[in-house]
Design a protein around this ligand. Structure first.
Ligand SMILES: [Zn+2]
Length: 409
């Protein structure tokens, strides 16, 4: 977190104030209800400044203050007085978060502080998920969710996670091979339909963002989130910062060739990592219909656990490729934590010894000895929560921006 010191004058003092408001609101958004005395300590500001800043955020309707029982250390730092607790207004300040998959999408209302308040899962047929159809589905389901809320609620924006490369400045999806999209104007079209600011990001980038903020990679400087569904993408934190590359498209590990001469890929190449261990490959090997999504992967895992030898062989096959591909990721990036998300979380849990054996064969020992391979702490919602963070960005960066009222209220 960036902490801006107080005390300057004029225009710069406005920048300092804005920075301090941003730091305070971001802290309670990430860490939840926090005693004022704790905020004084972590933000490095004096008590009266924290009181003034909190008062401004209360007046803006972004946080509330309640007398709280300060923890022992906080009580000591506040001279024995109980400290007020600053709590984000989760019910009053919300965003819409959207996670677009190949066979389904999820839309949720998420409150300031990160709580999922309400959600809808919507299945769509593979043949009918052109970007216009998906835009319509998101707008319809989003309007239903907005219709649930009262007039006192402010919805500050919409964040959308997509399995593809995304031009962040306008939410244009440049390529999403598994969806069959090229240059889909999702951000602009959705903003027109919902009348709210819309930000769009890559699903793996948003998964690592959520896990770095609130989950398995919290406090870790070098981490990778593998978003494994129909395709595989990597969201990367390197040296404490997101790794985006020149245009923000870095991390397309699913299209690194792992099996030359292997199966044809949606991207036009052959033997890409995701053709060997995406969920569709699992369904094919297990003799099950395509498009089963996360539920279908769980059915294969359950069948394997129940003694179905075809399902077990399919899982083991995919687990081998998962381990080999993960070894490439470890060798290239030297992460401390690799988070295996999406459907791959289920494969990893069901065939972990196979994944680890392949990793040990293919990753260099010096890199492997420091890496933890884990499931996402936020489970299947990591990407959805990351999409919400995208939608909260503008508010957290400048908390006193005009808050546009939800048009549906
Ligand atoms: Zn490919």
């Amino acid at each position: 977190m960036t902490v801006v010191a107080a005390g300057s004058r004029g225009g710069r003092s406005q920048d300092v104030r804005r920075g301090n408001l941003s730091s305070l609101l971001t802290y309670v958004h990430v860490h939840g209800p926090t005693a004022r005395s704790r905020l004084t300590a972590v933000l490095g500001l004096n008590r009266s400044t924290i009181g003034d800043l909190t008062g401004e955020l209360v007046a803006a309707g972004l946080v509330r203050e309640e007398p709280g029982r300060a923890e022992q250390a906080d009580r000591a730092s506040s001279g024995g007085r109980p400290s007020y607790v600053v709590t984000p207004e989760s019910e009053l300040i919300q965003v819409l978060a959207v996670d677009v998959g190949v066979t389904s999408l999820t839309v949720a209302r998420i409150g300031l502080g990160g709580a999922v308040l309400s959600r809808r899962d919507h299945r769509h047929r593979r043949a009918a998920h052109g970007h216009r159809g998906v835009t319509t589905a998101i707008a319809t389901v989003g309007a239903e969710l907005l219709g649930e809320i009262g007039g006192e609620v402010t919805v500050v924006g919409v964040g959308v996670a997509v399995p593809g490369t995304v031009r962040r400045r306008d939410g244009q999806v440049r390529q999403a091979p598994n969806l069959g999209w090229e240059d889909a104007p999702l951000g602009a079209a959705l903003s027109d339909r919902l009348g709210l600011p819309v930000s769009v990001g890559n699903d793996a980038d948003l998964g690592i963002r959520a896990e770095h903020m609130r989950g398995a990679a919290a406090g870790v400087a070098d981490a990778v989130f593998l978003s494994g569904r129909s395709g595989i993408g990597a969201g990367v934190i390197a040296g404490g910062r997101p790794l985006g590359g020149r245009a923000g498209y870095a991390g397309e590990v699913g299209h690194t060739v792992i099996n030359p001469g292997g199966l044809p890929c949606h991207c036009g190449s052959r033997g890409c990592w995701e053709t060997e261990c995406g969920e569709e490959r699992l369904f094919e090997l297990a003799g099950r219909p395509a498009g089963g999504g996360l539920r279908g992967v769980r059915e294969v895992v359950a069948a394997a656990a129940g003694g179905d030898v075809v399902a077990r062989a399919a899982l083991e096959n995919v687990a081998v490729w998962l381990g080999r591909g993960a070894a490439n990721v470890v060798n290239v990036l030297n992460p401390e934590v690799v988070i295996v998300g999406g459907a791959l979380e289920e494969v990893f849990a069901a065939a972990e010894p196979t994944v680890r054996a392949e990793l040990e064969t293919a990753a260099l020992a010096a890199l492997l000895e420091q890496v933890c391979i884990v499931a996402p702490h936020l489970g299947a919602d990591a990407t959805l929560v990351g999409a919400a963070e995208l939608a909260f960005d503008a508010l957290l960066g400048d908390p006193l921006l005009d808050l546009s009222r939800c048009p549906a209220s």
